[in-house]
Design a protein around this ligand. Structure first.
Ligand code: FAD
Length: 364
């Protein structure tokens, strides 16, 4: 068993693509800041990439990183599991972080389990909530679970990372701890943690350390020949301010319903989202899906058209600032999370909404 007292600081693996940091990095650093403050420790971001990648490091400081450790190498310009896993594991052995957070992106889901296995530690995949402080964890349970916390015994001194994630198809949440090994590792769902405010003074003050490392071509068993982007620009649901989502309520005229939803989205300057029902039926591409097995979103405005509000859908959109739901069924669960509800046929309601928005724009 590891000597746990040797392990300090909360690390974030900062993912970059073509030299640009990912939005998830800022969410993770902001979350790591809170956890590290509860521990009285530092937030360290680990940034790997090709020559010159250190130029983007300071931005991580603006969201709360105290130190950014940078490994620059032409061998790290493109992501390879071998190259990135070797460096991450080497740096963990060298610095012994208490916890390592990695975005649950395609890349993170590939990298994190490889590293956890090599480091002989646990990994909680796809976490949606993290706590160090036990009192904060109890408060979280009190507000978001049916557990009678007053009847449970908690160790208030416990400083293990409590990693919560949906389990059994989202019907319950499981909290997982890794008490005997370090680092405590978690992948975190993009869009779930709130990005803090950017602070230029902190960005200027962050310590950027260029790390020494050992990596040769022989360490990497795959070669990236070229990177082909998907022909179609994938929809950016997590970054959108306005999302108009459609569900099976458009079933009687799918084509017409999709057009109406897209028109409303265009009028509001938003993007099209969807429930899983339409994705499973092949009417909408998977990158539009909101929910537990789709994207987690928190736009300023979320419009749900003909969506019942199943728990797995709500899990992905309930933190939106304003929720408007249109549904023929007054008892649809979506109305429980909606700020504004319209009971009616979306095929009649949406054209009226579009007309009203157009009229309001003209009146301005
Ligand atoms: P329905 O539940 O069929 O609801 C259609 C709604 O439209 C009804 O409320 C109806 O009253 C209303 N309606 C009908 N006609 C009209 C009309 N003309 N105008 C207005 N309203 C109308 N689902 C997701 O969305 N995202 C996920 O990520 C997800 N992950 C899942 C993971 C697991 C493991 C499982 C088991 C399920 C998951 N689901 C997910 C599926 C989820 O349980 C629901 O089946 C799905 O969300 C239902 O989609 P819906 O609301 O579009 O359809």
């Amino acid at each position: 068993m590891a000597d746990l007292s040797e392990y300090k600081d909360v690390w974030v693996f900062a993912e970059q693509r073509e030299g640009k940091l990912m939005p998830t990095d800022f969410e993770l650093v902001s979350e790591a800041r809170k956890l590290a403050d509860d521990l009285g420790q530092k937030v360290v971001a680990l940034l790997l990439g090709g020559e010159g990648i250190s130029e983007v490091a300071k931005e991580l400081g603006g969201y709360g990183a105290d130190v950014v450790r940078v490994v620059e190498s032409p061998l790290l310009a493109d992501y390879t599991t071998d190259g990135y896993a070797k460096i991450l594991c080497d740096k963990v052995h060298e610095y012994k972080p208490n916890a390592v957070l990695i975005g649950a992106t395609t890349l993170g889901r590939d990298l994190a389990p490889r590293c956890a296995a090599r480091l002989h530690t646990g990994l909680t995949a796809d976490t949606t909530h993290l706590d160090i402080d036990t009192q904060k964890y109890i408060d979280f349970l009190r507000t978001s679970s049916t557990i009678d916390v007053d009847k449970q015994k908690f160790d208030l001194e416990d400083r293990n990372l409590k990693m919560t994630r949906p389990a059994f198809g989202g019907h319950l949440m499981a909290t997982i701890v890794c008490p005997r090994f370090r680092p405590q590792m978690a992948t975190v769902r993009p869009g779930v943690m709130k990005k803090g405010a950017f602070d230029q003074a902190k960005a200027d003050a962050v310590k950027v350390e260029l790390e020494s490392f050992e990596l040769t071509e022989a360490d990497i068993h795959t070669k990236v020949v070229s990177v082909e982007k998907a022909a179609k620009e994938l929809v950016d649901l997590t970054g959108a301010d306005v999302i108009v989502s459609v569900g099976r309520g458009i079933a009687k005229d799918v084509e017409g319903g999709l057009k109406l939803a897209q028109d409303l989205a265009d009028e509001l300057g938003g993007v099209l989202g969807s429930s899983r029902a339409l994705v499973d039926d092949g009417f909408v591409a998977a990158d539009h899906q909101v929910g537990q097995t789709g994207k987690t979103v928190r736009p300023k405005l979320y419009v749900a058209l003909g969506i019942s509000g199943a728990i797995q859908h709500v899990a992905g959109m309930q933190d939106s600032e304003n929720i408007v739901a249109v549904n023929t069924n007054p008892d649809a669960p979506i109305f429980e999370v909606a700020d504004y509800g319209i009971v009616g046929d979306l095929f009649k309601v949406v054209p009226q909404l579009i007309d009203e928005i157009k009229a309001a724009k003209v009146a301005k």
